[in-house]
Design a protein around this ligand. Sequence first.
Ligand code: NAP
Length: 413
Amino acid sequence: MPEKLKVPSEGSPIVLKNGKLVIPDRPIIPFIEGDGIGPDIWRAAQLVFDAAVAKAYSGSKKIAWMEIYAGEKAKKLYNEWLPAETVEAIRSYYIAIKGPLTTPIGGGFRSLNVTLRQVLNLYACIRPVKYYQGVPSPVKNPEKMNVIVFRENTEDVYSGIEWAMGSPEAKKVIDYLNKEFKTHIPQDAGIGIKPISKTASQNLVRKAIEYLKQHNRASLTLVHKGNIMKYTEGAFKEWGYELANDQYAGQFITENELWERYRGNAPQDKKVIKDRIADNMLQQILTRTDEYDVIATPNLNGDYLSDACAAQVGGLGMAPGANIGDYHGLFEATHGTAPKYAGQDKVNPSSVILSGVLMLQYLQWTKAADLIEAAIEKTIMKKQVTYDLARQLEGKVKPLKTSEFGQAIVDNF
Ligand code: NAP
């Protein structure tokens, strides 16, 4: 029995049956409001979700929201940052959505977001980045951006295995490596471990390939830094190709084959698989943007790359994200808590709203998802925008508040 959670009486849980999620018409969906600007953006987002679902399905479907707690609100309520029943609620209800959470600063504290992803084994972080008309951009052709970044979410340097310079653990590891493997690590080095496994890498690449097939996208790019880190990043690339060859035999062609056998035009029944070194990819995504489509990459590269992509099409206030496991999905705004704007009803709620669009697509409530996407575009085209976009638009544009922007989206359905 949950201690502090109130399970809504009018809803029923999503269940797993024969390897598939069964979505009732009134699914219970847990949400974490988030810290800082979280309450402001969540209020606007919930208004938009409820109105879209009501309009799309004329009242026959409705989300039964259930508040769960993490971050500062949980600290006040439970005296814990991430209560066990919050994690359990996401585990048992399968799908949840969250605002940003503060990472408390202090020794030994791990990010709540990273912890949630690891304990629920949400191994794929999915960030679609595309252009919405009317959004101001620092590049000439922002419409060329339309990628889905699949970022491995549980390992790499995010596994949290690190020791401070001078600590007994760091000293022990340094002494062991210097003695047993004749390395020359200085005594005043901090130590971090970067595990990248075949299982997690292939789980991620499989998700990316399934997405590519389901949405009929043209290519998969494996982004890695294998020229330097051969047995982690380089292995990620090899395992990606191996999976495509073994489990999707005959469905992919390499870039060489594309040019040598097909003169640059892939046949209808084939997808292209290619790879790029991470540093090159960061320039390619700017200079040859439309040559990229679905991207799969280890954790740290994915972090850098998804923000770099988002910068071309409106920045973090516009960038949605989803953390997905075999069945579970935790949808979240990709920006942080922006504490200086907390409670001002000022910031852009589009990141959490577009994360909700991903969630509605995951529920297969695509009519509601499409309604929101189209209305956001229409709202921005009319220059009804929050401060972050207003300051980038030509001419004097009076910014809307967060709540006014949410209402404007609903009015533009
Ligand atoms: P941040 O909260 O993302 O804010 C950085 C800047 O990005 C803001 O000052 C603002 O820029 C812009 N911004 C962010 N959200 C916006 C929105 N909705 N609308 C418009 N502009 C927006 O990053 P931070 O200040 O580095 O981090 C603050 C806290 O958030 C930290 O505790 C960090 O650990 C946490 N964090 C949480 C998550 C998460 O929960 N997933 C992710 C990242 C960070 P301007 O000042 O230019 O207006």
